[in-house]
Design a binder for this molecule. Sequence first.
Ligand code: BG6
Length: 514
Amino acid sequence: MSNQTHATSTDAPRETPPTIIVIFGASGDLTARKLAPAIFNLSKDDLLPESCYLIGYGRSSMSDEAFRDYLRESLASHSRRPIEEATWDALAPNISFHAGGYDELDSYKELDTKITAIEESLGSYAQCLFYVSTPPGVFMPILENLGTSGLAKRHKGQATASKVIIEKPFGRDLQSAHELNGVINRRFEESQVFRIDHYLGKETVQSLLVQRFANSIFEPVWNRNYVSSVQITVSENLGVGSRGGYYDRSGALRDMIQNHVMQLLALTAMEPPSSLDPEAIRDEKVKALQALKPVAFTGDDPEVVRGVYTEGLVDGQRADGYLEEEAIPQSSSTETYAALRLSLDNWRWKGVPFYIRSGKRLAMKASEIVVQFSRPPAILFGEGQRFKVEPNLLVIRIQPNEGITLYLNSKVPGLETKLQPIKLAFGYETTFGSNTPEAYERLILDALNGDGTLFIRGDEAETSWSLLSPVLEFWEAQGKNGLESYSAGTWGPLAADKLLLKGGHEWLTGKEYQ
Ligand code: BG6
């Protein structure tokens, strides 16, 4: 940890002051699986500030030593690269644990005293990065107490001003997101706040902006004149596992669509920003989300489908249905799958359907954006059976096997004219090698540097909720009525295929073309 200068998402070198990272929910799963590995991998790459401290905050009492052991073990299981002794030894003495209730003001005051003592030992001010990684039920008391104790306002207006990262879920509907934003706005400046969506830290998601705006061939065709549909699939083959308690209060729409999928949609649909300034980018994303038309959830042609998985075969193994999973009540009407047909009422996208879907226990884990272009006029090719002219597709694969593939029609070699789609494929790993940084590494680094580009602004979260909250209210009122089912290991309920039929489309991710 010797180098204070590094690149951020805007690639501008910045000086990062001494930093104290305080993780609320330090003994939780996210700290072990993602946060600790990210922090140590940043340290390994010399990307942390020269003086960096880590304080775990949690309700259970734990000694500093026990917390260090806990982190050490989590690194062994979850770090993308081995962490050598030298990297560990550099940070380990600066790791401590602070036990306290999330609603106990005194505990925050003690934390403040601890932070001041670190500053005294350094002989300089340090910035605090508060990482709120707890269950959402305690977000409010944590944010309020950071405010009341004065921790939120430490070194206000200076380079060492406090920052706060807030994990998802950001509210559970429009009302609660609005209330959460209200507390945040009273306690922090927006520039101090980093609402995380780890999908924005994924390499391919970041490269979407580069691909769209650093290549001139896409812009002329990136609109209603050439695109016949856009599909976004974020599918998982795993079930809810041990997270049933959380998941059953959430469901696919809240857990994945409201945040991750809507972010992918915003980046795909947005207008070119005027600069790479975080606000310029976020302004355009909000405008794209604001252009989304309200979703029809009743009537002859509803634009939403929800489903729940039943027993099935996943990778050849029998998998339980959702109602058999741990902590799921039999009365549950939570959706493990959601699909929507959306449209944007704006100049660029008028009339182009955006199909989005996400679910658990589907046929495979895949996150993809598929831009389907219009078919060419059936004049030379495409009229007879011999010529099957497929629409061109641009497939942006976020995971796994990150890459971009363009599907074109080509002539099959031979004496007769026969057409077949071929692919021009780019794979990140083949071109750039493996071991790209984890999303959390990028996001923590950006937050340390005060770069909010890859974080969700308050109005973005609320705009997304304002589209989806009415759907959730409707579903809640309906209970199990209209909740489709699908066998684990398939691509979801049949009703979701019908969503696309009207427009003459079909879901492409997972289809033969790959
Ligand atoms: C999280 C959801 O935000 O994203 C989980 O809460 C989901 O339910 C996870 O499994 C998927 O993330 P990734 O990076 O594995 O696609």
